[in-house]
Design a protein around this ligand. Structure first.
Ligand SMILES: *Cc1c(COP(=O)(O)O)cnc(C)c1O
Length: 393
């Protein structure tokens, strides 16, 4: 097979070998239903407790504050809808941002149809909210603030601790989508004043279809799935035992090796960013230089469509993303880039390359060799580029 380079770790990650090994017995010999009282059941229940503890430890929570879900999207839906409906008697106002993942944005839009009012905060050109805007948006009807920890497209990290403080002082619940942050940023739910939080396994080298919601003890929330008594009667359904075991192992590994992992990604990220800036003109790095996920690279290449760039990269085996995975296939520019204030035509030309555990220096070298050629070839077909180049001469 031709060379392939995967640079889309923000979309999903491969399952680590150690994670897969730990999951295996729970598909076959230890297949029992955790709710059963005989030995098969106990064999399947005990590893759930282990996984819950590992995940709690990864974010500074207590095991009983971790609820397993089917992933980040479900956790966002549950936290936001569940808290909104359970606290309706106190108010109907929610504050979020314009750059949230669609799991948050579409949930908020859904709630607007049921009598809730939502403020979508603006962000600055680097993708950060301003705390004064948040403070100004709070009313006596505000019951929930939902602001993502780190953005999946541009990698910008929000001032989470300060947001948590503002929420706490105003007695408003604070939810954060930390799917991209887990493993990339230190998370301590107490230190950061977080009341509920979404995390997902497949972004941290665990299996897909499993995630968790952290919910601080005492937060009022509605149950998400009604039925059996699983997850403290709040999310019914027989547990995804292999998934939970894999998620727990992945969370343990990522926290144990976090400094090393971050360092690895930072070095390669800087190499990639600097290499692109050196080799290609008319580029703009999106996101923040300091408050940025260690593996995130997001560039605008002027005069080029993100989609054509992706297709050309795919032909040489390089996997990246333009906009988010959820919007690829649609022709709308990314809502995140639009929120940065970029004009429509420029917001179309973005490329996100996200680095992870298995990325190597050779991978980055290969991209730095291929990308400039592709960009040049695509620009040579652009009349606008010819004009600008001509004007420069
Ligand atoms: C991937 C992602 C999600 C969705 O998680 P799933 O487990 O795929 O449902 C939510 N929020 C952010 C920021 C993400 O990157």
């Amino acid at each position: 097979m031709n060379k392939r380079v995967y640079l889309d770790y923000a979309a999903t990650t491969p399952v680590k070998e150690e994670v897969f090994e730990e999951m295996k017995p729970y598909f076959t010999e230890k297949f029992g239903n955790p709710s059963s009282i005989y030995s098969y059941g106990r064999e399947a229940k005990q590893p759930i407790d282990v996984a819950r503890t590992r995940i709690a430890n990864a974010v500074g929570a207590k095991p009983e504050e971790i609820y397993f879900t089917a992933g980040g999207s479900e956790s966002d839906n549950w936290a936001i809808k569940g808290i909104a409906f359970a606290n309706k008697n106190k108010g109907n106002h929610i504050i979020t941002t314009k750059i949230e993942h669609h799991a948050v944005l579409h949930t908020c839009e859904y709630l607007e149809k049921y009598g809730f009012e939502v403020t979508y905060l603006e962000v600055d050109e680097f993708g950060r909210i301003h705390l004064e805007d948040l403070e100004k948006a709070i009313t006596d009807k505000t019951i929930l603030i939902s602001i993502m920890f780190a953005n999946n497209e541009i990698g910008t990290i929000q001032p989470i601790k300060e947001i948590g403080q503002i929420a706490r002082e105003n007695k408003i619940y604070f939810h954060t989508d930390a799917v991209q942050a887990l493993g990339n940023v230190k998370i301590d739910v107490d230190d950061l004043n977080i009341d509920s939080m979404s995390i997902s396994s497949h972004k941290i080298y665990g299996p897909k279809g499993i995630g968790a919601m952290y919910l601080r003890k005492g937060v009022k929330i509605h149950s998400f799935v009604h039925g059996g008594a699983q997850e403290r009667k709040r999310r019914a359904g027989t547990e995804n035992v292999p998934g939970i075991v894999g998620f727990g192992k992945a969370a343990q590994l990522i926290t144990e090796n976090m400094d090393e992992h971050i360092n690895h990604m930072m070095c390669l990220k800087d190499k990639l960013i600097n290499g692109i800036i050196e080799r290609i003109d008319f580029v703009k790095l999106n996101g923040h230089s300091e408050y940025r996920l260690p593996g995130n690279v997001n560039f605008i290449f002027e005069f080029i469509e993100g989609e054509s760039l992706l297709l050309s990269l795919d032909l040489v085996g390089i996997a990246g993303s333009s906009g988010s995975a959820c919007t690829s296939g649609s022709l709308d520019p990314s809502h995140v880039l639009m929120a940065l204030g970029l004009p429509h035509e420029i917001a179309h030309g973005s490329l996100r390359l996200t680095i992870g555990s298995f990325t190597t220096e050779e991978d980055i070298d290969y991209v730095l060799e291929e990308l400039p050629k592709i960009v040049q070839r695509l620009r040579d077909m652009s009349p606008l580029y010819e004009e600008v180049k001509g004007g420069q001469k």
